[in-house]
Design a protein around this ligand. Structure first.
Ligand SMILES: CSC[C@@H](O)[C@@H](O)C(=O)COP(=O)(O)O
Length: 346
């Protein structure tokens, strides 16, 4: 599988997810601004991958600062991070990565600026490698919930492409396959940006994991026909009470799963928990350009001049979530207690 993101010799290289699956091309980011643009423009997307890209971008930004003393360096770095933090508002991993990089900077204020730059590069690489290890651990916990011969429905792309590697929801699928289970995936196409059709279908096919693509309005039909055994999705932010923000359409899937008695699992790292928010009502929902709705693959599909709305995420209330799978274990209701316990564990 090609790498989602790499950091080498002053360049952050990303596979361009706006061009998949027709073309496998890469974008080289040489500045923190380039990385911010890549995140905003969805060249790289998915909450954990956004966090990894941000950390690498901050290292690029730090290297470009021409300052002799810590205070001048830190002031400029904070300015750059504030701008980067606005690239995408819902995925909390962006803020998480920025906070982690700034905390490391502060902890090393006694070092020379050049040593701090070195330390920031190491931290960005640590975030990258930890993300893959986290996903593998999460997969281990998650696959214990998947029975042999299951059909798993997923929404959006919570795979290797949405992370540094292995994936969150698709990490659970990969771990189930690695454990010798016979599983197949039904992938919702995920309008309007088509992460399911373009990315989930692509990466599962690359790995020879059986996948069938369906449009977003088909999952009720397959649930009623008992052709879906379990739902596994990722998350962009999870509030303290277990309300889950994920790609628009997830809520609809969760309600349908409840109606049909199908388990609805969310796989996300602890870095996606935002325990500062009491409920999902406080999660900021990114509103993307209406152009994404009135077009399909850049072809206009709606009449000129028609209005369109585009919330990019929705919130699934905790009562629809059977369990939340993390790298530290599986949280079950009541989430206010179980998530707090997981966040406090190490
Ligand atoms: C492991 S990523 C989980 C979620 O981030 C994913 O399902 C999703 O909603 C991604 O949204 P995107 O807008 O493509 O960044």
């Amino acid at each position: 599988m090609v790498k989602t993101i790499e950091y080498m010799d002053g360049v952050v290289r990303m596979i361009d997810q706006t061009r998949l699956p027709s073309e496998t091309v890469f974008v080289d980011c040489k500045t923190i601004e380039d990385v911010g643009e890549a995140i905003r423009g969805m060249v790289i997307r998915g909450a954990p991958a956004i966090g990894v890209a941000a950390a690498m971008g901050i290292s690029l930004g730090a290297n470009a600062i021409d300052a002799a003393d810590y205070n001048t360096f830190m002031a400029q770095l904070e300015q750059q991070c504030a701008k980067l933090g606005q690239a995408r508002p819902t995925a909390v991993n962006l803020k998480w990565a920025i906070d982690r990089m700034l905390t490391v900077t502060k902890a090393h204020s006694h070092l020379s600026v050049s040593d701090i730059k070195q330390r920031l590069k190491q931290e960005a690489m640590a975030i990258y490698t930890e993300d893959i290890a986290t996903n593998e651990k999460m997969g281990g916990f998650g696959q214990s919930l998947i029975e042999d011969n299951s059909t798993i429905l997923t929404h959006c792309n919570a795979g290797a492409l949405a992370t540094a590697g292995f994936g969150t929801a698709l990490g659970v699928v990969r771990a189930a396959v690695n454990a010798g289970k016979n599983v197949r995936v039904l992938a919702n196409e995920t309008r309007p940006f088509l992460q399911g059709a373009r990315l989930t279908a692509w990466e599962l096919k690359e790995d020879n994991i059986p996948v069938k693509l369906i449009t977003d309005n088909m999952c009720g039909h397959f649930m009623r026909k008992q052709e879906i055994d379990v739902v596994v999705v990722g998350a962009d932010r999870i509030a303290a009470n277990g309300d889950v923000a994920n790609k628009i359409g997830t809520y609809m899937v969760a309600v349908m799963a409840r109606q049909h008695g199908i388990p609805f699992y969310v796989a996300a790292p602890v870095s996606t928990l935002d325990l500062t928010l009491a409920s999902g009502d406080a999660i900021p929902i990114e509103e993307r350009s209406a152009e994404e709705v009135v077009t399909l693959n850049k072809q206009r599909i709606a009449p000129e001049g028609v209005d369109a709305s585009h919330p990019a995420f929705d919130v699934t209330p905790n009562e629809f979530v059977t369990a939340i799978i993390t790298e530290r274990g599986i949280a079950r209701p009541p989430y206010t207690e179980s998530l707090k316990a997981l966040a406090g564990a190490s």
